[in-house]
Design a protein around this ligand. Structure first.
Ligand SMILES: [Zn+2]
Length: 388
C-alpha cells in the first residue's frame, strides 16, 4: 500500500521514501509513500525525478501507485529521494481548484450543474447541464468567480464518512471514508485531487471558447499562470494582426471584415474583366486565324482548366461563321468544343461520335460540348476526331 502524501500536503515537492518493489523490466517503481499524483479524477499525473530516474507517468493501481520511470531509481528496501515538477503540479492545482470554484459559481449564479471536467495540457473544460450560455451570462459568472478569487477563501481538506450529511455540490458514489475538499463558504466536493490552499492562489479565471455537445454547453477555461499566458498570447496575436493590417488593434475585426469585402468585390471585378478580355481575345483570334482549305477557321488552345474564361473565348470565336474552337486540358484530362451556328456536325454530335471511339463521358449543346477522357494521352486523338 502506498501512502499518498499529497492527500494531506499538496505542497510537498520533495520527499524521501522506501522502494518496496520494482517491476522485472525496471519500468515501474512502488514506494511506501509518494508525493507523485497519479492520473485520476480528471487531473493528469505528475512528472519529476525519483533518485536518478525520470518519472514519466504515474498510475493509480488502487492500493498502490506505480511510478513509471526512465532510468534506474534504485532497488527494493533502498531509500530514494523524490522530486516532483512543481511548475506542472502547481499549474494543475490552480486549474483544478479553479474548476471547483467555477463549477460552484455556475450553480450559484445560473443554477447550472457541472456534469464533467477535463484538465488538458493547455485548456481545461467543464460540461454544463444547460443547452446554451450567452455572452452576458458567461461574463457574470466569470466576474463573480474572480471576485471569489480575490476574497481569498481558504481551501481545506478533511476526511469524513460518506454516510454523513456532507452537503456536497455533487453527490458521491463512494462509500466509507471520503476526502472532502471545501472552499470555505462556497463549495464542498468529494475529491482526491490536489488543490491550492486559498482561492487567491487560483489567480485570474478566464472563460474561453464554448461549444455545444449533445445539447449541452462545454466551456473552456484557464486559471492562474495559464490565464496570464493565454492573455499574453492573445495580445501578441492581435498585435501581429494589427501590424500586418497596419491599423490599431481595436480596429482589426472591422478592418479585416472591410478588407475581406473589398477582396471579394475586387475578385468579382477581376472575373468580369477577365471574361471581357477573353471575349475580345476570341474575336481577335477569329480575325487572325487563316481559314483551312475547307474554308473553316480552327483554333486549338491548351488550358489549365475549362473555366468561364475559356468558355467566353470559345463563345466569341464561334460567334463568327465557319469556326471551330477546341480547348484541351491535361489535368483533369478533358476537352471543350465550340462551333459556329453554320458548322455541321454540331458540337454535341461531334463529341458524342468521338467518345464512341475515345471512351469517356460528356455531351452538350449544338454550339458547345465538353468531354472528360480517361487519360491525357487521348487528347491528340480527340483533337483529330473533333476538328474534322
Ligand atoms: Zn478537486
Amino acid at each position: 500500500m502506498t501512502e499518498r502524501i499529497y492527500y494531506n500536503d499538496s505542497y510537498r515537492r520533495l520527499f524521501r521514501a522506501r522502494i518496496e518493489e520494482v517491476s522485472p523490466d525496471g519500468r515501474a517503481v512502488y514506494l511506501n509513500q509518494t508525493a507523485f499524483y497519479p492520473s485520476s479524477g480528471g487531473q493528469p499525473f505528475d512528472i519529476g525525478m525519483l533518485g536518478g530516474a525520470r518519472v514519466v507517468d504515474v498510475v493509480d493501481e488502487g492500493e498502490r501507485i506505480a511510478h513509471i520511470v526512465e532510468g534506474a531509481a534504485g532497488v527494493p528496501s533502498e531509500d530514494v529521494e523524490g522530486a516532483i515538477d512543481w511548475d506542472r503540479r502547481f499549474d494543475h492545482m490552480q486549474q483544478h481548484t479553479g474548476q471547483h470554484l467555477l463549477s460552484a459559481t455556475f450553480v450559484d449564479v445560473l443554477g447550472a450543474a457541472t456534469l464533467s471536467f477535463h484538465l488538458g495540457d493547455t485548456v481545461s473544460t467543464i460540461e454544463l447541464n444547460i443547452p446554451a450560455l450567452d455572452a452576458e451570462a458567461a461574463a457574470r459568472v466569470e466576474r463573480r468567480t474572480n471576485e471569489r478569487v480575490m476574497e481569498a477563501h481558504p481551501v481545506t481538506v478533511a476526511f469524513r464518512d460518506a454516510s454523513d450529511d456532507l452537503g456536497l455540490r455533487k453527490a458521491t458514489e463512494r462509500t466509507g471514508m471520503v476526502r472532502l475538499v471545501e472552499i470555505e463558504g462556497l463549495d464542498r466536493s468529494a475529491c482526491g485531487g490536489t488543490h491550492v490552499r486559498s482561492t487567491a492562489e487560483i489567480g485570474c479565471v478566464l472563460l474561453r471558447r464554448q461549444e455545444k455537445i449533445r445539447g449541452r454547453v462545454r466551456i473552456e477555461f484557464v486559471c492562474g499562470y495559464r490565464a496570464l499566458k493565454a492573455a499574453g498570447e492573445d495580445f501578441a496575436t492581435l498585435s501581429e494582426a494589427a501590424r500586418v493590417l497596419a491599423m490599431p488593434a481595436r480596429e482589426v475585426p472591422a478592418g479585416a471584415l472591410a478588407l475581406k469585402q473589398r477582396l471579394e468585390e475586387a475578385e468579382k471585378a477581376r472575373r468580369k474583366l477577365a471574361g471581357e478580355f477573353a471575349t475580345a481575345r476570341g474575336l481577335r483570334a477569329w480575325e487572325e486565324t487563316p481559314a483551312s482549305k475547307d474554308g473553316k477557321k480552327r483554333r486549338v488552345v491548351r488550358a489549365a482548366a475549362l473555366d468561364d474564361e475559356v468558355r467566353a473565348e470559345a463563345t466569341a470565336f464561334t460567334s463568327r461563321p465557319g469556326a471551330l474552337y477546341l480547348a484541351l486540358c491535361e489535368a483533369p484530362s478533358a476537352v471543350l468544343l465550340a462551333v459556329s451556328e453554320d458548322v455541321r456536325p454540331a458540337a454535341g454530335e461531334r463529341v458524342k461520335q468521338a467518345l464512341a471511339e475515345l471512351g469517356g463521358r460528356g455531351g452538350g449543346s449544338a454550339r458547345m460540348a465538353q468531354a472528360s477522357l480517361s487519360d491525357a494521352a487521348r487528347l491528340s486523338l480527340a483533337e483529330e476526331l473533333l476538328l474534322v
